[in-house]
Design a protein around this ligand. Structure first.
Ligand code: ISL
Ligand code: CA
Length: 546
C-alpha cells in the first residue's frame, strides 16, 4: 500500500496572515477553521501549519516558549482540537511545524538554565569566552553573531544560530531527545499526521571549534548534516514516528541531492522527504540578498537534477521565507495570469510531494513596501543593520531588502477585493481591523472572491491542475524524463505507455517554436494556460499532452 503522502498535495498556512476571525488584525485558528470549506474546494489533502505554539513572536512563532500550549494571539487548545477535527472531517490532515533546533529564550527550560540550574543548563550550549573574545568565529543565519552573553555571569555565552532570542538546544544531551519525543507524541496523540521539521539538519553540533571563514555561516562544517544528526533522525523515526504512520518533511538547508538521499532515502529510515534549496538559490550570488538576473535555464537545471537524483523529492516554489514565485520566475506586470498558471502547471506535474503556499493559488505577488518602517521580519531588520554597519548606501540597502525580505510572502491572504457597491474593503476579507502587516494593494484584483467567479482565473486553473494531478497516475507514481529542448523551454515526460504524459513549459517571456515531440499531432491536450491553440509556443505557455 503506497504511503498516503505520496499523492498528497500539501497547503502551507502561515497562521498570522491567513484569516483573522476577531478583528485584532492577526490571523487565528478560528479563522483557519472558517476556511476549511475553501481548502476542501481547492482539493488539497493536508495542511502544513506554521507554528501556533506559545511564543513571544520574535521570529513569528519559530521561537517557542511552550510546545504544549497555543499562542493566545491564535486562540486556545480547544480551537486547535476543533481545527484538527474539522479538517479531518473534510478529509484534510494537519502537519505541524516541529522547531527543535532551538527554543525561545522565554521557554522555562532556558529561564532555569540562565538562573544556573545545572540540569537545564545542559539543555543548551553555554561556553566560556576565549581570552576576552567570543567562544568561536561562527556566523548566524540572520547575519548577526551566534554568541550572546549570559547576564550576571562573567564571560559566559550561549549559542544561537538564529536570533539571540532563539537559543540552540544541546542535542548531545539525551534529556533533550526524550523531551522532544514526548512533545511529538503529545501532538500525534491529538491526531496530527506528521511534521515539517525546521532546519532539521543543523541540530547536532560536532564541535564548537572555529570554522573556515565563509561569506556567510562560518562554522557550518561543524554542524551541517553531521553523523550525530542522522543518528537522531533515525531514533525519532524508530522511537516515535513509525508507531503513528506519521509523515516528515525536513527543511534541510544547504543540501545537495547526495545529502538529500542520506536524509530521505527510504532505506535510511530518517525523513520521508526534504525541502531542497538548490532551485531557490538559482537567482542569487552566494547569499540570497545578492540577487542576479533570473535565467530559466538555471531553474530548469536545478529542478531536473532533484527530479533525477532524489528518490522522493518535495516540490515547492514558495513558502513563508521566500519571495513570491511570480515576482521571481514569472512576470506579474505583463503576463500575470499566464506565468502564474505556468508555474502552477509545473509545480503539479513534477515528481514528488507538491506544496502550495497560501496565496500562491490566487497569484499573489511581492509587496510594494515603502520602507523599513513597513517591514516586520526580524531577519530583514538584522540584515539591514548589518549592511548599515558595513556602510552600504541607503538606496542599495533598501533595494536588497525590498526584493528579498520574507515579508513579501507574509502579507495577509487576499480573500476579497473592493465590495461591489463600491464600499471600501481595506481588510481584503482578511481582517475587519488593522492588519499586523501591510496588505498588498493589488488585493483589489488578486483575491479569492473574484477568482472563484472567473473560470479563467489562476485559482480555477489550480483547481483543474489539482484534479489532474490526483487523476493521472503517471503524475504521482510515473517516472520522469527530461526531453532536450531550447534554453528556457522545459519539456519532460511523466509515466509510460498509454498513461504517458508530455509536459511543455515555456518559462520565458518570448515566443518560441513548438518543440519537436514525436506524434505531437495525434496527442490530446489535457490542459493549456492559453484558450486557443497556436503554431508557436507563446510567452509562459504551459500544456500537458497525452
Ligand atoms: O530563507 C532562508 C533559506 O534561504 C533562511 O533565511 C531561513 O531562515 C532558513 O532556511 C531557516 O528557516 C527556518 O528556520 C528559521 C525561521 O526563521 C524560518 O522561518 C524557518 O523556515 C529559524 O527557526
Ligand atoms: Ca485574530
Amino acid at each position: 500500500m503506497e504511503k498516503w503522502w505520496k499523492n498528497s498535495i500539501i497547503y502551507q498556512i502561515y497562521p498570522r496572515s491567513f484569516c483573522d476571525s476577531n478583528g485584532d488584525g492577526i490571523g487565528d485558528i478560528p479563522g483557519i477553521i472558517s476556511k476549511i470549506p475553501y481548502l476542501h474546494s481547492l482539493g488539497i489533502d493536508a495542511i502544513w501549519l506554521s507554528p501556533v505554539y506559545k511564543s513571544p513572536d520574535c521570529d513569528n512563532g519559530y521561537d517557542i516558549s511552550d510546545y504544549r500550549d497555543i499562542n493566545p494571539d491564535f486562540g486556545t487548545m480547544e480551537d486547535m482540537d476543533l481545527l484538527i477535527k474539522t479538517a479531518r472531517e473534510a478529509g484534510i490532515w494537519i502537519i505541524m511545524d516541529l522547531v527543535i533546533n532551538h527554543t525561545s529564550d522565554q521557554h522555562e527550560w532556558f529561564r532555569k538554565a540562565v538562573q544556573g540550574d545545572p540540569k537545564y543548563r545542559d539543555y543548551y550550549i553555554f561556553q566560556k569566552g576565549k581570552n576576552g573574545k567570543k567562544p568561536n568565529n561562527w556566523g548566524s543565519f540572520f547575519g548577526s553573531d551566534v554568541w550572546e552573553k549570559v547576564p550576571l555571569e562573567d564571560d559566559l555565552y550561549y549559542l544561537h544560530l538564529f536570533d539571540k532570542r532563539q537559543p540552540d538546544l544541546n542535542w548531545k544531551n539525551p534529556e533533550v531527545y526524550k523531551e522532544v519525543c514526548d512533545i511529538m507524541r503529545f501532538w500525534l496523540d491529538k491526531g496530527i499526521k506528521g511534521f515539517r521539521c525546521d532546519v532539521i539538519n543543523v541540530i547536532y553540533k560536532n564541535s564548537l571549534a572555529d570554522g573556515k571563514k565563509r561569506l556567510a555561516l562560518t562554522g557550518l562544517e561543524h554542524y551541517l548534516s553531521t553523523d550525530g544528526n542522522h543518528e537522531i533522525l533515525r531514533g525519532l523515526r524508530h522511537d516515535v514516528l513509525d508507531e503513528y504512520d506519521a509523515f516528515t518533511v525536513g527543511e534541510t538547508v544547504m543540501v545537495d541531492t547526495k545529502e538529500a538521499m542520506k536524509l530521505s532515502g527510504s532505506d535510511r529510515k530518517e525523513l520521508d522527504t526534504v525541502f531542497g534549496f538548490t532551485h531557490m538559490e538559482c537567482d542569487q550570488i552566494g547569499v540570497k540578498w545578492f540577487k542576479t538576473k533570473y535565467k530559466p535555464e538555471k531553474l530548469i537545471k536545478a529542478l531536473d537534477t532533484w527530479q533525477k537524483e532524489v528518490e522522493w523529492p518535495s516540490v515547492y516554489f514558495e513558502n513563508h521565507d521566500q519571495p513570491r514565485s511570480i515576482s521571481r520566475f514569472g512576470d506579474p506586470k505583463h503576463f500575470h495570469k499566464e506565468s502564474a498558471k505556468m508555474l502552477a502547471g509545473l509545480l503539479l506535474t513534477l515528481r514528488g510531494t507538491c506544496f502550495i503556499y497560501e496565496g500562491e493559488e490566487i497569484g499573489m505577488t511581492n509587496c510594494d513596501f515603502a520602507g523599513m518602517e513597513e517591514i516586520e521580519d526580524v531577519e530583514s531588520h538584522t540584515i539591514f543593520n548589518k549592511m548599515t554597519e558595513l556602510c552600504f548606501p541607503e538606496k542599495l540597502k533598501w533595494k536588497l531588502i525590498k526584493q528579498t525580505s520574507r515579508d513579501n510572502a507574509r502579507t495577509p491572504m487576499q480573500w476579497e477585493g473592493e465590495t461591489k457597491d463600491g464600499k471600501k474593503n481595506p481588510g481584503a476579507g482578511f481582517t475587519t481591523g488593522t492588519p499586523w502587516l501591510k496588505i498588498n494593494k493589488n488585493y483589489k484584483w488578486i483575491n479569492v472572491q473574484d477568482e472563484e467567479r472567473d473560470n479563467g482565473s489562476i485559482l480555477e486553473f489550480y483547481k483543474q491542475m489539482i484534479g489532474i494531478r490526483h487523476h493521472e497516475k503517471a503524475l504521482t507514481f510515473g517516472g520522469y524524463r527530461k526531453v532536450d529542448s531550447a534554453p528556457g523551454i522545459y519539456v519532460f515526460n511523466r509515466g509510460e505507455g498509454d498513461d504517458k504524459l508530455t509536459v511543455i513549459c515555456n518559462m520565458t517571456e518570448h515566443e518560441h517554436d513548438m518543440p519537436h515531440i514525436a506524434g505531437i499531432n495525434n496527442k490530446e491536450t489535457l490542459i493549456c494556460n492559453y484558450d486557443d491553440k497556436a503554431e508557436k509556443l507563446r510567452p509562459y505557455e504551459f500544456m500537458i499532452l497525452k
